[in-house]
Design a protein around this ligand. Sequence first.
Ligand code: NAI
Length: 459
Amino acid sequence: MTYDLIILGGGPAGYNAAERAAHNGMTVALFEERALGGVCLNEGCIPTKTLLNSAKIYESALHGDAFGVTVQGASIDHAKVVDRKDKVVKTLVGGVGAKMRGAKVKVITATAEITAKGPEGFTVEGGGEKICAAKLLICTGSEAAVPPIPGLREAVAAGLATTNREILDLRVVPKKLCVIGGGVIGLEMASYFATIGTEVTVVEMLDKIAGPTDRDISAILQKNLEKKGIKFLLGAGVCKVSGKAGAGVVECKKGDETITLDCDTILVSTGRRARTQGIGLEKMGVMCERGAIVTSECGRTSVPGIWAAGDVNGKSMLAHTAYREGEAAVNDMLGIKDRVDYRAIPAVIYTKPEIGTVGETLESAKKAGFNAKEETVSLRYSGRYIAEVEDGDGIVKIVTDADHGTILGVHMIGSYASEIIYGAAIMVAEERRFKDVQKIVFPHPTVCEVIREGMFMIK
Ligand code: NAI
């Protein structure tokens, strides 16, 4: 059977690209070895947000006193939370399946491998099917990188250590959780489990949490998470893991000091690596660098006829980037000029408080050669924030180019940051000047008004 396009991987990059290509008249086949929706829907974005929302409701019930609400005997049933998570995932995965059927995309549930290239195009095999297409889109995503720490791989195999995949299906609440890596996954899961009563320690190699996030914003998040009882061991690397399921020991080195942590569960959240093995890329001569496929801004690989989108290119590793990259690749296939603007990709950490960021921080802007400056505004300028948050310490930082007044980045911690940040992404993408934003009317009373307020503080 011959198609116009074969897509390998049915996550956000793959399923969105499949729909766009099909709507533009291409015949499309899509291979997915697990479930449609990929990591995002099944073991990433959506399940974690479902858990975190339950934690938020529970926390509100526990701490409603300041707002005049007292809930007697509030409790959280983690197994029920996980059941609801499964229901949400099932609904959304079903929705993607329906979209694929609606767009007449042929979905093959199997691992695909590119096996040959001939006059009729590329041959892809999997699940007993052997099909051809002139164009391929690789969207095989990423997987948790388990670092070569002595004992860690064995701990994963024994069920003592989990990755983002297994931790979401735990039905028993860990008593003591050790999180290796204070990045996005580590912080979101630490936040959930600490809220529902787990004793959580996060071990992070760097001297701050939340990776490239602005240092002041990371510090505010850390303070808020510490208030929840999370302990942070910063500037410390895990050097050994031992024990069995339910009883583990994590050895960490902080300078010359060795620190030993007891726990019953470990989460490995030390980053992800692109999935490029076993799909025939070497045979086709697709160029990879540091384990990820090298792509242009419209997803072209080094091999004409093969495009790649999503985590597999190692660029941004976010579902929303993957969507956009899939679209850009399909547009390129159709001869429509398109490119992904990597300067304005928002990133969110769904802890409480939330973090939303886009564009350059002051530090990265200066490194990139901008004559940059920043303005920091407290969210307490917002009436709605004061009304809704007791003793909140949220801020927004606006980074501008002092020479031209253009907005280079916006970084925010506090309520609704996840929903507000797209507006800032438009400002960055369209290279708006702070004086332009002064003339835009923002709704009142909202937390986003603080961004507009900040534009008047910039000199
Ligand atoms: P990450 O790259 O965000 O953080 C990993 C952290 O682990 C780093 O801070 C690193 O310094 C630390 N680390 C590495 N090895 C270590 C060791 N041996 N001991 C102690 N610390 C160590 O990776 P993470 O959290 O696994 O997330 C993976 C990807 O998933 C990211 O690219 C992220 O963008 C994406 N993601 C996005 C979410 C969102 O948008 N809200 C949610 C969850 C994941």
